[in-house]
Design a protein around this ligand. Structure first.
Ligand code: ADP
Length: 400
């Protein structure tokens, strides 16, 4: 398949990066790849294209080297990206702060602004920038577009976006609730409306993006009115390794009594908390197995996870007043029937009734798992952030 008219979507993490080359209109994938352990001698890269797999193991010191390897894979597979008529490179970019409310063409000013926002997202924006800078060097003639995780939530109502802290401190340091996973919430809510045969403007939805990271959003007529993540992706639901909501005083208390410094606490809350902190596992499949085997820590982790999810479901049912659809997506949301069952147990009085057989029957694509007499449609809708990024990047480049 030719790369002409295709978009290369890049998701750069701290030591890994994922990419896909795809056609934005049809969604057809030309190639997918992943590089792991960037910066270590044991780095590994894998590229799949046209039914074949290419692998590389060995030193890849930085994101530039990782992407050079990715482009070499494309060349080995007969696709010369530098000579093809690609439409765009789309960069998943985590924090757009208050500056970016829509996909944005990369230039020096945009790079400077993403860099400035790094203090708000130290784990994400600097590594996103490494990918952006490397691609500008490697494919200088292809327009690059940043698609921000925060953009969909840019216009959250002030009552939902504002923390009740000293307003001058908040203003000086740009402290507000930004929300994340926006590309997924926007894509999934659009796909849910398509499935129901209505426009997003006609319905109210609660979207539950339950992956390793997890967030919920309340969407009224296509616009989000609340979401669980805040200044950073740490707030809200219990996640694989992140705590979600805690009493903020825990941070000060630990600082005073535990000997942990602020970076230790940051690491604990982001990487050693959530499900992993409670039971040692963050993969939901392992947790389900442990629960079935009677492991008490896994049971508690599962119960805390479901409890938090139901707390936000309740809040968003009240916030929206009328809910037409509850939509599950991402690794856990799409696959863990027990989580969907337990999250929505005993909610008949709110018009929410699952159909057990539909809930446990796997079929690809979007599907309804509520019973025919459930007032609220409960759906499973696979997310596809790469396609959403490719489409947004393509739309911006074509409009220009
Ligand atoms: P992210 O993009 O945030 O890394 P994903 O959306 O890929 O995360 O979701 C990863 C999570 O999905 C993991 O916790 C994994 O255990 C869970 N998951 C994947 N498949 C299944 C399954 N069949 N049953 C239960 N959980 C699953």
């Amino acid at each position: 398949m030719s790369a002409d008219g295709a978009v290369l979507v890049l998701n750069s993490g701290s030591s890994s990066l994922k990419y896909q080359l795809l056609h934005p209109d049809s969604g057809d994938k030309i190639a997918v790849g992943m590089v792991d352990q960037i910066g270590s001698v044991g780095a590994s890269a894998e590229h799949q294209q046209a039914g074949r797999t290419w692998r590389h193991v060995g030193d890849l010191p930085d994101h530039h080297a990782a992407l050079t390897q990715a482009l070499a894979f494309f060349t080995d597979a007969g696709t010369h990206l530098a000579d093809s008529d690609m439409l765009a490179v789309g960069h998943r970019t985590v924090h757009g702060g208050q500056s970016f409310s829509a996909p944005t063409l990369v230039d020096d000013t945009v790079i400077g602004e993403i860099d400035r926002l790094a203090s708000l997202a130290p784990l994400h924006n600097p590594v996103n920038l490494m990918g952006i800078r490397a691609m500008r060097e490697l494919l200088p003639d292809v327009p690059a577009v940043c698609v921000f995780d925060t953009a969909f939530f840019h216009d959250l109502p002030a009552r939902a976006a504002t923390y009740a802290i000293d307003r001058s401190v908040a203003a000086t340091h740009h402290i507000r609730r930004y929300g994340f996973h926006g590309t997924s919430h926007e894509y999934v809510s659009g796909a849910a409306a398509d499935f129901l045969g209505v426009s997003t403007g006609q319905i109210n939805q609660i979207v539950l993006h339950l992956g390793n990271g997890a967030s919920a959003s309340a969407i009224r007529g296509g616009r989000p009115v609340d979401t669980t993540m805040g200044l950073t992706p740490l707030e809200g639901l219990v996640m694989g390794t992140r705590s979600g909501d805690i009493d903020p005083a825990i941070v000060m208390y630990l600082r005073r009594v535990s000997g942990m410094d602020i970076d230790d606490i940051d690491r604990m809350l982001n990487s050693a908390s959530g499900l992993k902190g409670l039971c040692g596992e963050n993969d939901f499949r392992a947790i389900t197995d442990l629960v079935e085997a009677g492991d008490p820590d896994a049971r508690l982790a599962y119960d805390v996870y479901i409890h938090r999810l139901r707390r936000y479901l309740g809040a968003y049912l009240i916030e929206l007043g009328r809910v037409d659809a509850i939509v599950f997506t991402a690794g856990v949301g799409e696959n863990a029937a027990a989580v969907r069952r337990d999250a929505l147990a005993d909610l008949q009085r709110f018009g929410i009734v699952l159909d057990d057989e539909r809930n446990t029957t796997r079929i690809p694509g979007a599907r309804r798992i509520s019973s025919d007499d459930s007032e609220v449609s409960v759906l499973v809708v696979p997310t596809n952030e790469e396609l959403a990024i490719a489409r947004q990047a393509a739309a911006l480049v074509r409009a220009g």
